[in-house]
Write a protein that binds this ligand. Structure first.
Ligand code: OAD
Length: 251
């Protein structure tokens, strides 16, 4: 932990643990930072994907229409990388949290890496989709396919239509049902943990503020301060893989 020796951090950590223990129906919102210690690149910050690649060439519907093979090359590369990644202690601690509060527990994730599922979390809303899922542009069929595609762009087994990654690209709307469920959870929770997100992509970023406005206690865990910091109840600066298990210890 970055500041685990400071008295202030210890006090905030204790308060956060008390808030979690007293919660009735908590929600957790995660971003790329929770998977960073699993070796999954984040999007912003040092080494972030959008620092190295142009999002408009790789993660927009226009990019896919222009050059589906190039977009698929990028997703194949991410699939190859992700296949080597394993869930970390932060993902596992959230499984413990779900077991403690289930069924009154919702995990909202912006991550498409599937690591929460790999860890064993159950009630997950993947608001930006899932990298392992593909969707047929002709018949709409959803399928889960692990590994990389030998031939790109890949084709649908059923109708021969072109497949796309089932993720939300920039400029696209989120699945209204999934977003509706996430919004309802944020509105009605009494505690929210916001872990490893830069809080710049909407509508995900506004969910924490919504929870706060509706009276929930909101705790942020991040390596660094974000736009949320100061607007929430507690910010714990440090690695998710170290802080989150500590918060769930003894739950
Ligand atoms: P970002 O890459 O924008 O932010 C990652 C955050 O995690 C930063 O605030 C880091 O400080 C923090 N972080 C990094 N390592 C950490 C660690 N070990 N422990 C705790 N925090 C850590 O990722 P997101 O906020 O998830 O969208 O990005 C939101 C969306 O933008 C993504 O879902 C993706 C992207 O474009 C789509 O693909 C639609």
């Amino acid at each position: 932990m970055i500041d685990d020796n400071s008295e202030l951090f210890k006090e905030k950590f204790r308060q956060a643990k008390d808030m979690i223990a007293a919660a009735g129906h908590p929600v957790v919102l995660t971003g790329a930072g929770i998977s960073a210690e699993s070796g999954v690149p984040t999007f912003r910050g040092e080494g972030g994907l959008w620092k190295q690649y142009n999002v408009f060439e790789l993660a927009t519907p226009e990019a896919f229409t222009r050059d589906p093979a190039l977009v698929w090359e990028f997703y194949n590369w991410r699939r190859e990388l992700l296949a080597k990644c394993r869930c970390n202690p932060a993902h596992l601690a959230l499984v413990k949290m779900e077991q403690r509060f289930s069924p009154a527990f919702t995990l909202i994730t912006q991550n498409v890496d599937g690591l929460h599922t790999q860890a064993g979390s159950r009630n997950i809303l993947e608001i930006h989709g899932n990298l392992w899922q593909v969707r047929c542009l002709r018949c709409g069929r959803l399928d889960t396919v692990y590994g990389v595609f030998e031939s790109i762009p890949p084709k649908c087994d059923q109708c021969g239509g072109m497949l796309r990654p089932n993720v939300v690209w920039f400029g696209e709307a989120l699945d209204p049902q999934v977003l509706g469920a996430a919004t309802a959870a944020a509105e009605s929770c009494d505690l929210m943990l916001v872990i490893g997100t830069s809080a710049v992509v909407q509508p995900a970023a506004s969910l924490a503020i919504l929870a706060k406005k509706r009276g929930a206690g909101v705790i942020e865990i991040n390596l660094e301060e974000t736009d949320h910091t100061g607007r929430l109840d507690i910010t714990l600066l440090g690695k998710a893989g170290e802080i989150v298990p500590g918060l769930m210890d003894g739950l």
